[in-house]
Every structure is written in structure tokens, then in C-alpha cells.
Design a protein. Structure first.
Length: 367
């Protein structure tokens, strides 16, 4: 029997279903975060917006409360970037990413890394952060007291990447974490031990549930882990296989949702660095190739985007002037009136969530 070929449209609808973007789902925030295998959280605000676009009736305290209760954590994971993860997943998978984080540290610091005495550095930093929370200004100052001739910034960055650290949330804040957050050791914060299991095959199954159908290269792009061919081979007997129109092998879970191509996809607003945009080597299932360069800035920041018919159709920017909150949409191509109307309604709802104290909200379209 020939292998079924999945069109870009079929891949789009399957991915949107896994990403909870075909309809807002009714599930708890911790369950959603686990299903999505984390949300990128370079800043504190984006995970709140990402969940608002994915869950029915989402309210801020539904994320902040489990973070304060230590059920959800914010720490460095996939691609060497900050993610909001379940505490369970952080403990299970953080050590799997240790080689990636070490390589990322060396790649950024280059020859500065070679000059660091990493065992001595971490021996100084670890007790300072064990059971105690400090900003990285404090961490760097502590390191300089013990390594007076050291490279302050390099020592701080190496500590941030090599130690399993959690950003500590604070009660009463708008988005759960301050801009200059304190860090502490994950094991002391969570009262549990990091797993030392280096088997990536369970993560293959988790990735496909959230982002499949997908190639091995797609998961490598999402995670930053390489190579993953052996991990896929280990669970291959539990997977089904398809091909895309370029004849690449796509793996998936047998019972994962693959909706019909004609399934409607509502307009959605996504925050900067949303994992929908960053989690495949071939992003054309969501990002038209002609628009790819428009989604990021020169310093590699991935912009806020909006989806029309399941694909990136423009970027958006929030503005606040006195009591009015405005969402400015910049479309990549002209939008029909029904689409503009749908975006305006969705955007106003988003502003009422993000700026509840605004006296008025408005959505505008840049020319």
C-alpha cells in the first residue's frame, strides 16, 4: 500500500489542531502547557497571550497561580531559550538539554569560554543559588568576589546556561514575573531531582502530539537537539508514516488529530516567539515562504503575528495612549472586509484581556 501524501493544507490543519488553534479548548493551564511541551517565554507576557488564544475563558491567574504553586516553571530548555514548562517536564527533560546548553554557551562566548574555569565557577555559583533567589546582577557580583580577575559577563552567562535555574514568580505582578527576575536552583525550588535519563524517544512522542506530522529535521529545529534519528527509530513501531509533497518522510501518532483540509481556521493573534512559528525546519505549513523574512527583526526577534485561514498574514503591535489601548495590524497583503472585521473583533477581545484598565480599545490597520 503506497504511503499517503499529505498536502501543505493537510499539514496546516493538523498542526493547528495540535496547537489548540482551530478552536479554543477547555482544559486546565498546566495540562495545556504539558500538551504543548512548553511555551517560549523569553519575556513574561507572551505565554499569557499564547494561552488566551488557545483556551476557553483563560484568565491571568490561571497561569500565575500554578507558577506560584511551583506546578509551572520558567527556565531555559529548547533551543537554549526560556520556556514555560510544567515542573514535571522540567525535571524529566532538563538534563537531556545539558549538552545543547553547554554548546550554546560555548558558541556565544567563543574564546571567552575557554578562559573560564567552569568547575570552579559553578562550585561558586551553585551554593549561592541553592534555596535562595538572586538577580543575575547579584550572581555576577558574587562571582566577581571569588574570581576577581574573571570575565564578569561571561561568568554570568555560563552560570545561566549550565546550572538548572528557575525564574522565581512574584505575587501581585501583571504578568507573574518581574522584568529583572530572581533565579534559584530548580531542584531546591521544586523539591525534586532532575532525571538523568538521556533517552529522547519519549520526547519524540510528546513533540509529535503537539506539532506533528513532522520530520526528524522538524523536531531538531524545535528542540535544538541533534541528531534525533535514533530516537525516532526507537519508537518507529508506534508511529505512522506519511510523505509530504517533497517526498520527505513525516512521522505521526496513529490517533492524533488530522482534520479534513476544508476545516475552517479562525483568525488568531499570537505573541512574539510563539512556538507555532519556530517548531519546524520547513515552516511553510504555517508561514508562506514569501512572508518568512517579514516575521523577524535584524536582531532575530520573532514578531507578534496574526493568522488568517491558519497562516501568517501579518504582524501586530500593541500601543497605549492615555486610556486607549490600540492594536495595530500590518497585513502582508490586502485583507477582505470579512477578515478585517473578524480581526477587529478578535483584537478588541485581546486588548480587553491584556489591558483591562483601558477606558477604550481599538484595532487599526496600517497602510
Amino acid at each position: 500500500m503506497p504511503t499517503e501524501v499529505l498536502s501543505p493544507q493537510a499539514l496546516n490543519r493538523a498542526t493547528l489542531a495540535r496547537q489548540l488553534l482551530l478552536t479554543r479548548e477547555k482544559m486546565t493551564v498546566p495540562r495545556a502547557v504539558e500538551h504543548l511541551v512548553g511555551l517560549q517565554a523569553q519575556l513574561a507576557r507572551p505565554p499569557y497571550l499564547a494561552l488566551w488564544s488557545r483556551l476557553q475563558g483563560f484568565q491571568r491567574d490561571q497561569l500565575t497561580k500554578p507558577a506560584l504553586q511551583r506546578t509551572l516553571v520558567r527556565g531555559t530548555m529548547m533551543r537554549g531559550t526560556l520556556h514555560l514548562m510544567s515542573a514535571k517536564d522540567y525535571l524529566r527533560y532538563r538534563d537531556l538539554f545539558r549538552p545543547l546548553l553547554t554548546a550554546a554557551m560555548r558558541s556565544v562566548l567563543k574564546e571567552r569560554a575557554a578562559a573560564l574555569d567552569l568547575p570552579a565557577l559553578l562550585a561558586t555559583a551553585k551554593p549561592f543559588l541553592d534555596g535562595k533567589a538572586h538577580t543575575f546582577e547579584d550572581v555576577r557580583a558574587h562571582l566577581m568576589k571569588h574570581h576577581v580577575d574573571g570575565d564578569e559577563r561571561a561568568m554570568g552567562f555560563a552560570t545561566r546556561m549550565l546550572l538548572p535555574l528557575i525564574q522565581v514568580p512574584e505575587e501581585g505582578l501583571e504578568w507573574g514575573w518581574p522584568g529583572n527576575a530572581c533565579f534559584t536552583l530548580a531542584e531546591s525550588w521544586l523539591g525534586g531531582k532532575l532525571s538523568t535519563d538521556d533517552d529522547a524517544s519519549p520526547l519524540v512522542v510528546r513533540y509529535l502530539a503537539a506539532f506533528g506530522p513532522a520530520t526528524v529535521a522538524d523536531m531538531q529545529a524545535w528542540s535544538g537537539l541533534k541528531p534525533l534519528k535514533d530516537a525516532f527509530e526507537k519508537v518507529r513501531g508506534k508511529l505512522v508514516e506519511f510523505r509530504d509533497e517533497k517526498k520527505r518522510v513525516l512521522f505521526d501518532l496513529p490517533r492524533a488529530p488530522r482534520p479534513p483540509e476544508e476545516t475552517p481556521a479562525p483568525v488568531r493573534f499570537l505573541p512574539d516567539f510563539d512556538n507555532l512559528i519556530l517548531s519546524h525546519a520547513d515552516r511553510t505549513r504555517v508561514v508562506p515562504e514569501e512572508h518568512r523574512a517579514k516575521l523577524s527583526t535584524q536582531n532575530l526577534r520573532v514578531l507578534n503575528v496574526f493568522l488568517v485561514d491558519g497562516r501568517t498574514a501579518g504582524t501586530w503591535t500593541p500601543e497605549r495612549k492615555k486610556g486607549t489601548a490600540t492594536l495595530v495590524c500590518k497585513a502582508f497583503a490586502p485583507l477582505k472586509k470579512p477578515v478585517r472585521d473578524a480581526l477587529a473583533q478578535e483584537g478588541e477581545d485581546l486588548l480587553r484581556f491584556s489591558d483591562p484598565d483601558a477606558s477604550s480599545v481599538a484595532v487599526t490597520f496600517a497602510k
